[in-house]
Design a protein around this ligand. Structure first.
Ligand code: DLL
Length: 432
């Protein structure tokens, strides 16, 4: 089913006209309401009157996560706080999160986008959705929740964690759709297997999986183990949250909600716009967002775009699965982690040297992060009680800064490898 035929099946020409009109409007909005953008545009010698068609987008400045950080927490908001009805946040590159704000209208648009996405998966108001994405500052839980309500479906707002409880509700409440990260779906599948409950007692039909990269091989495994059809959902907090793009029944790329977010592919080094079909970094301009409109936001996600019409009838551009990142962000148990966040914690502690190593393994379909930290010579001789206390302190700080737990290993002075060139501080053993 197509939820919003007018916007999902527009001719390419009409879409470009609509995007051009909306781009001009949003550029005027930020020029007059966000000092950050006004200053950037003045520096480049452009005004909103220079932005007439969608092709003029290349004249505009880029925005990065660092810009959000430099203007922490609300500096890029384009509406007064009295009009912001919700805040979410995602990991910043160091201790401070990236904060995003939504007006009531933004939340309505987000919910409508998600209703489009669930319809594309073949879901309807007759479905019961088990939402195991985290509720809270993460956009996954609440974002998906509002979308299901817009569709008219039934939400079970379970949030993440507590697998035993998840199994009980999956079994007893009879949800037909499972929403969580693909790795957690596999973990749940194994837990169901171990529980010995007959799979036929579950009513699941579809899975709505995203927030981290996953392959078609993983899709097949989840589908086989849970006996469902698994769909990809992509998004990022800065642009909106889940639902920026979604697969349809053809599963041949994810359709971007182009009437709200204009995609571009750029070369991450030269920053030149690349033609559709070339692999590069995905960039989005939000053309209707009120609370936090972003111009040419660099996602750092690598992908390709395809504007051929899709067999499903939708004409919105499709993006291929994310093939990597142009920065060093890791996604561990669905949580975005930057090695620099770990470094900021290490640098707070007097007892350790600024040498550390992150190792990520996938054990029983669950990501496990181990952080080796080198203790200083002076502290190393201080005895076991003090070492244990230090380990506990680092663990707590890591949990609070990263939002996930890690296994901390204190290692002897001078034992971690030193690097002459660029340090290699991450070993990712996950095979996706
Ligand atoms: O992960 C929003 C989301 C929630 C998407 C639930 C889907 C489902 P952030 O925490 O800001 O937002 O992380 C955004 O996660 O730039 C990608 O690198 C990665 N990502 C999100 N979805 C996918 C996906 C949410 N389907 C960052 N495939 C993005 C690959 C994904 N990577």
């Amino acid at each position: 089913m197509i939820w919003n035929r007018a916007k999902e099946c527009m001719s390419r020409e009409d879409m470009r006209l609509l995007q051009g009109k909306r781009l001009h409007k949003i550029v005027s909005h930020v020029y007059h309401n966000t000092p950050f953008y006004r200053a950037k545009m003045q520096q480049m010698g452009i005004t909103p009157s220079d932005i007439v068609t969608i092709d003029d987008i290349v004249k505009l400045p880029f925005t990065t996560k660092q810009d959000l950080r430099d203007n922490y927490p609300y500096g890029l908001f384009a509406k007064p706080m009295s009009e912001i009805v919700r805040l979410h946040a995602s990991s910043g590159t160091t201790g401070k999160p990236t904060v995003v704000g939504y007006t009531r209208r933004d939340i309505e648009i987000w919910s409508e986008m998600l209703a489009r996405c669930f319809s594309a998966y073949g879901a309807s108001k007759d479905d019961i959705f088990h939402v195991a994405y985290g509720y809270g500052l993460f956009t996954g839980g609440l974002g998906i929740h509002y979308g299901i309500e817009e569709l008219g479906g039934t939400v079970i707002p379970v949030s993440s964690g507590n697998t035993a409880k998840q199994l009980q509700l999956l079994h007893d409440f009879g949800p037909t759709a499972l929403c969580c990260t693909p790795s957690y779906a596999l973990y749940l599948a194994d837990a169901i297997e171990k529980s010995g409950i007959d799979k036929s007692e579950f009513k699941l039909k579809i899975g709505i999986f995203g927030a981290e990269p996953w392959t078609n091989a993983m899709r097949k495994e989840i589908e086989r183990k849970l006996n469902i059809k698994a769909f990809d959902i992509y998004g990022l907090s800065e642009i909106m949250g889940p639902g920026v793009s979604y697969e349809c029944s053809e599963q041949c790329g994810s359709h971007i909600v182009e009437d709200h977010f204009v995609p571009e592919i750029i070369d991450p080094i030269t920053l030149e716009q690349l033609p559709y079909g070339d692999e590069g970094e995905l960039v989005f301009t939000t053309v209707t967002k009120e609370g936090l409109p972003l111009i040419r936001y660099r996602t750092k996600d690598l992908t390709t775009l395809n504007e051929e019409p899709c067999k499903c009838g939708r004409t919105n551009v499709r993006m291929s699965k994310i093939t990597g990142r142009s920065d060093d962000m890791l996604i561990i148990r669905g949580v975005n982690v930057f090695p620099s966040q770990v470094e900021s914690v290490i640098l707070e502690m007097e007892e350790v040297e600024p040498h550390y190593m992150l190792t990520i393994n996938r054990i029983n379909n669950l990501d496990v992060l181990t952080i080796e930290v080198e203790v200083s010579e002076e502290f190393f001789s201080d005895g076991i009680t003090k070492m244990l206390e230090l380990k506990k302190r680092i663990s707590h700080r890591i949990q609070s800064v990263l939002g996930i737990s890690a296994d901390i290993k204190l290692v002897e002075p001078q034992s971690l490898e030193r690097f002459e060139g660029k340090a290699k501080r991450v070993v990712d053993n996950r095979v996706l």
